[in-house]
Design a protein around this ligand. Structure first.
Ligand code: FNR
Length: 398
C-alpha cells in the first residue's frame, strides 16, 4: 500500500490539488462547458442512485478482476485520455502510465498528450490504449493510426464529441485559451505557486508529441490552427468511422456516445465498444449525464458492444452504480490528475488506484456480489432502471 498522507478519497485529492496548482491550471482540469450544468449533473445523478444489498451471500472469494477486449484487468476502471496532462507536473503522463501498468488497469493516451505513443508504450506495454481525434485531416489521422499500430496498441478509442471547441468560461476568464493570453490575475497567481512554476520552467517543454514527425517538426501547422483543425471537426460523420474500422484491425471503441440510436449505429458499423460520455461535462453543457442514459443504451445494443462509461465517476460506489446500470467498465479523468497534484508523481497515481479499487471491493462485498460481472439491476433500488426498462430477471419476477 502506498502512503497516502492522510488522504482517503478522490474528493480530498481534488481539495489538495486546488491548493497546490495555479488557479488557471486547476480550472482547466476541473472546469466544464458553459454554466457547468452538465458537470454538476454528472455528480448529482450518481448520488441519486441507491444500491440494494443482497444479504448473506458468500463473498469470501470476492474479486475486482474483470475481462474486457479479451484481457484481464485488476479492476473495472481505467485512466481516461487527457490532453496536456503534463501541465499538472512534467512527467504526469509517464507516471500515470507506470502506475496503470503496475496495478494492471488500462491507460488511455490522448491524441493531445505531450508524451509520445512510443514512450508510453515502453512504460505501459499492453496496458496502453490510444485515443484518436479523427479531426479534419484524414491523412494526419491515418498517420496516427499507423503509428499506434506500429507501437503495438490493440485498443483504439475514437473520440467523436468535440465537433467544435467548447466554450469554457473559466479558461476564457483565465486567458487560458488559444491563442494564449494569460490575464494579469493568472500571471500573479502563477507567481504564488513557485514549486509549480519551477517545475514548468525547468521540466520538459510541452509539445504535441504525437504530431512531431521524424524530423522533429510539427506537421507544418502552427499550434493554434492545429488544435482547432485537427482536434475538432464539424464535418465528421459516420463514414469516417467506417474508414477507421477498415484501417484498424483490433478493438475499436467510439467515445462520446449518449444517444441509444448512435450506440446501435456504432455496433452496426463494427465497433467493439463505446464510451458513454459527455466528456466530463466539458463540451455540450445541456447534455444528459451518461449514467442517466446508460440503461437505454444497454437496452438498445444488448451484448453487441462493450459499454464503458465515464463522466463523474469518483468512488467505488459510483463504479458499482455504473456496472449495475449496464456498463462493463468505467474510465475516470480528473481524479488521476488531482492525485498527481496532491501526492506527487510517484505516490499519487498508485494511491488513487488503490483507493478506488479498495472502495470498489468494499462496495461489492457489502452488496453481496462476489464478482463485478454479476452486478446488474437487481442491485438497484428502485429496481426499475432510469429508462423505465425492466431487466429480464425483473420481467420474470412479475
Ligand atoms: C479530457 N478529456 C479528453 N477526452 C478525450 O477523448 N481526449 C482528450 O484529449 C481529452 N482531454 C481532456 C483533458 C482534461 C484535462 C480532462 C479533465 C478531460 C475527457 C476525458 O477523457 C473524460 O471523458 C472525462 O474526463 C471524464 O470525466 P471525469 O472523470 O473527469 O469526470
Amino acid at each position: 500500500m502506498v502512503p497516502t498522507k492522510g488522504v482517503f478519497t478522490t474528493r480530498q485529492m481534488a481539495e489538495i490539488a486546488r491548493r497546490h496548482l495555479p488557479r488557471a491550471i486547476f480550472d482547466f482540469v476541473e472546469g466544464g462547458a458553459g454554466s457547468e450544468i452538465a458537470l454538476a449533473r454528472n455528480r448529482a445523478r450518481f448520488e441519486e442512485i441507491a444500491l440494494l444489498p443482497q444479504a448473506l451471500r458468500d463473498c469470501s472469494a470476492a474479486t475486482s478482476v474483470v475481462t474486457i477486449f479479451g484481457r484481464r484487468y485488476a479492476a473495472p476502471f481505467g485512466v481516461a485520455p487527457m490532453g496536456f496532462a503534463d501541465l499538472i507536473r512534467p512527467g504526469t503522463d509517464r507516471a500515470l502510465a507506470r502506475a496503470a501498468r503496475e496495478r494492471n488497469i488500462p491507460y488511455v493516451l490522448s491524441t493531445a498528450a505531450t508524451t509520445s505513443i512510443e514512450t508510453i508504450r515502453d512504460i505501459a506495454q499492453d496496458n496502453l490504449w490510444f485515443q484518436l481525434y479523427p479531426g479534419s485531416d484524414e491523412a494526419t489521422a491515418a498517420a496516427l493510426i499507423d503509428r499506434a499500430l506500429k507501437a503495438g496498441v490493440t485498443t483504439l478509442v475514437v473520440t467523436v464529441d468535440i465537433p467544435v471547441p467548447a466554450k469554457r468560461v473559466r479558461d476564457l476568464a483565465n486567458g487560458l485559451a488559444i491563442p494564449l493570453r494569460p490575464s494579469l490575475r493568472t500571471i500573479l497567481d502563477v507567481g504564488r505557486h513557485p514549486a509549480w512554476l519551477m517545475r514548468a520552467l525547468f521540466g520538459t517543454r510541452l509539445g504535441m508529441a504525437n504530431f512531431i514527425d521524424n524530423r522533429g517538426a510539427m506537421s507544418g501547422l502552427k499550434h493554434a490552427e492545429f488544435v482547432s483543425r485537427q482536434l475538432s471537426c464539424p464535418a465528421l460523420d459516420w463514414s469516417r468511422i467506417e474508414g477507421i474500422r477498415k484501417a484498424w484491425p483490433h478493438h475499436l471503441v467510439i467515445k462520446g456516445i449518449l444517444n441509444p440510436e448512435d450506440a446501435r449505429t456504432a455496433a452496426r458499423l463494427g465497433a467493439n465498444g463505446i464510451v458513454v460520455s459527455n466528456h466530463g461535462g466539458r463540451q455540450l453543457d445541456a447534455a444528459p449525464a451518461p449514467i442517466e442514459v446508460l440503461p437505454a443504451i444497454r437496452e438498445a445494443c444488448g451484448d453487441a458492444l462493450t459499454i464503458i462509461l465515464d463522466s463523474g465517476v469518483r468512488t467505488g460506489d459510483d463504479i458499482a452504480r455504473s456496472l449495475a446500470r449496464g456498463a462493463d467498465f468505467v474510465l475516470m479523468g480528473r481524479p488521476f490528475l488531482f492525485a498527481v497534484a496532491a501526492l506527487g508523481l510517484s505516490d499519487g497515481p498508485k494511491a488513487i488506484i488503490d483507493i478506488l479499487r479498495d472502495e470498489f471491493m468494499n462496495t461489492l462485498i457489502h452488496l453481496g456480489c462476489p464478482d463485478p460481472a454479476e452486478l446488474d439491476d437487481s442491485f438497484l433500488w428502485p429496481r426499475r432502471t432510469g429508462a423505465g426498462i425492466l431487466s429480464p430477471r425483473q420481467e420474470g419476477n412479475r
